[in-house]
Design a binder for this molecule. Structure first.
Ligand SMILES: CC(C)(COP(=O)(O)OP(=O)(O)OC[C@H]1O[C@@H](n2cnc3c(N)ncnc32)[C@H](O)[C@@H]1OP(=O)(O)O)[C@@H](O)C(=O)NCCC(=O)NCCS
Length: 153
């Protein structure tokens, strides 16, 4: 895996991680999130497309043939959201590589802390990446979540 940001080389596939901006890559980012969140998980479109994309930094994972296969975004507040990998590409380290890329971006921007709303089925994934749970379970888009954070200081 290669990266145009500071994401680590995660494995020996030809997947690459790119830092991108919404106006230039809206179509590719939309394809991934529509497939994972709207179609697979049933997130309502009005919640998925929340108006926060234009002000966010996005990372896009592409297969060797440039097909978009994963993404994540970082909001100015330090919130990480929309981490997603197309189902057939999961369990190859791509989600972790996207998370590492966005954490590196936050460190470069001197953000003291990053946080996210983790689906409860994914909290172990984030704990393995150094995030800690804070607070109880809450519902977003009909899916149980927990807030998690990572201190970068
Ligand atoms: C969560 C998601 C992004 C992980 O992507 P991925 O590319 O499969 O993740 P990785 O291959 O980098 O996994 C890294 C580690 O986390 C583990 N892991 C991955 N998904 C997990 C999950 N849902 N629960 C627990 N552990 C998980 C993997 O087994 C792996 O551990 P290992 O390396 O020790 O085997 C992916 O499952 C996904 O898109 N899910 C649907 C959308 C979603 O739920 N997003 C999170 C919103 S909070």
């Amino acid at each position: 895996m290669t990266a145009t940001s500071n994401a680590p080389e995660a494995d020996n596939t030809d997947v690459r991680i790119e830092r991108v901006f919404w106006p230039d890559h809206e179509a590719d980012l939309t394809t991934v999130r529509q497939t994972v969140f709207v179609e697979e998980q049933g997130v309502p479109e009005n919640l998925e497309w929340d108006g926060e994309d234009a002000e966010s930094i996005h990372f896009l994972a592409r297969a060797g043939d440039s097909t978009p296969i994963g993404c994540v975004r970082l909001l100015p507040s330090g919130q990480i959201s929309r981490l997603s990998v197309i189902e057939s590409w999961r369990h190859q380290g791509i989600g972790k590589a996207l998370l590492d890329a966005v954490e590196d971006e936050a460190r470069q921007r001197s953000m003291p802390e990053i946080y996210l709303h983790a689906q409860t089925q994914a909290t172990h994934f984030y704990e393995a990446a150094g995030f800690s749970v804070s607070g109880g379970i809450f519902i977003e888009a009909d899916i149980p979540h927990r807030q998690m954070f990572k201190d970068l200081r």
